[in-house]
Design a protein around this ligand. Structure first.
Ligand code: ATP
Ligand code: MG
Length: 354
């Protein structure tokens, strides 16, 4: 069986630390392992429009930003095929056929969609395209025969939906040979990385919620964001015992800090367990913990910022690479679509008498 990796992001803003630990880091690891026949990363502009129909500039301007973020985070465009969703029209046609295999009530039960509808205030003004995006995501995955989909935890219901569509298609149209590969999500083993919370401590870090530390934030911005991050509201004096639950600074340390960071920036503690113990028994101030976190995050972001500077000099080449790759993706999706239409009996040419 072929190993095909597919993943993507909506161009609704720059990528942030949640993307990094939730998916980007894994993508770079998979890329370096090299155990794949093809590795696609899709910039999901069509999907971004499902809740930004009247915000086209946002989607348009962020497309190249997301690509710059990929490369800055270590994605190598020579190894990975980065392409634009709207340049692969086959995906839209596949979505149309798949829509007939999914009920509205099934889409309404999707827990990620439920949360997103609430968050966007879509209760009484829900765009059809938005509630339908898990179906279009199934098309994205099935079109390329993706076997591995590295994503954050919020995407698990989408992979489940994709598998249901795959089964339903096979049951309904009984293709003579297997058309689709069975996709498997890879989510981070660490729970905190699968859904990194936002700086406000409430929901997940997300572009749309304005609660993110972005990979492109400069040092001063990162510091300002970390210093104002939500901790424990009852930890008022240094000597007060502090709580770890819901404490964003410790959540980020869980996701990003390792023992080497302690040796380098805070040698009076061996590891995070020691720091946590001190914080919970009292006598450790938030500022000290925040400054440590600031060092850890900047160590991660410094090389990313440097690569970003380089990328900014090659914007035209990046666009050209995207256009070319989208043609490759389109040809691949066309093969799958033709097989689907064959199974569905939409190959009317076969009805012609010779
Ligand atoms: P939007 O708010 O526009 O939906 P987003 O920040 O949720 O943007 P997406 O483009 O929807 O980002 O998600 C891209 C990928 O990043 C998905 O695999 C998703 O699971 C992952 N991801 C997004 N936010 C987080 C997070 N806070 N923690 C872990 N993974 C995340
Ligand atoms: Mg999202």
């Amino acid at each position: 069986m072929k190993n095909i990796i597919l993943t993507g992001d909506r161009p609704t803003g720059n990528l942030h630390l949640g993307h990094y630990v939730g998916s980007l880091k894994k993508r770079v690891e998979l890329q370096e392992e090299g155990n794949f026949d093809r590795f696609y990363i899709m910039v999901a502009d069509t999907q971004a429009l499902t809740d930004n129909a009247n915000n086209i500039d946002k989607v348009k301007n962020n497309l190249i930003q997301v690509v710059i973020d990929y490369i800055s985070a270590g994605i190598d465009p020579n190894k990975v095929t980065i392409f634009i969703q709207s340049r692969v029209p086959e995906l839209a046609e596949m979505t149309t056929y798949f829509m007939n295999l999914v009920t509205l009530s099934r889409l309404q039960r999707n827990p990620t969609i439920k949360e997103e509808i609430k968050h966007r205030g879509f209760e009484n003004s829900l765009p059809i395209g938005f509630i339908n995006y898990p179906v279009s995501q199934a098309a994205d995955i099935l079109a390329f025969g993706a076997t591995i989909v590295p994503v954050g935890e919020d995407q698990l219901p989408m992979i489940e939906q994709t598998n249901e569509i795959l089964n339903s298609f096979n049951y309904t149209y009984k293709p003579k040979e297997e058309i689709f590969a069975k996709p498997k999500a890879i989510i981070p083993q660490d729970k905190i990385c699968g859904r990194l919370p936002g700086l406000d401590g409430k929901v997940k870090m997300s572009k749309s919620a304005g609660n993110a530390i972005y990979l492109c934030d400069d040092e001063a911005t990162v510091k300002q964001k970390i210093m104002s991050a939500y901790t424990d509201p009852d930890h008022i004096r240094v000597n007060d015992p502090g709580k770890l639950e819901g404490n964003i600074v410790f959540a980020y340390l869980d996701a990003f800090a390792n023992d080497a960071h302690f040796e380098k920036y805070l040698p009076e503690y061996k590891n995070l367990d020691e720091l946590k113990a001190h914080y919970t028994r009292g006598g450790l101030g938030d500022v000290k913990v925040k400054l440590f976190l600031n060092n850890v995050i900047n160590e991660l972001l410094t090389p990313i910022r440097k690569r970003r500077e380089e990328c900014l000099k090659h914007i035209n080449e990046l666009y050209e690479m995207l256009f070319e790759n989208s043609l490759i993706a389109s040809a691949h999706a066309r093969e799958t679509l033709n097989k689907m239409k064959d199974a569905m009996g939409l190959n009317y040419e076969k009805l012609l008498n010779n």
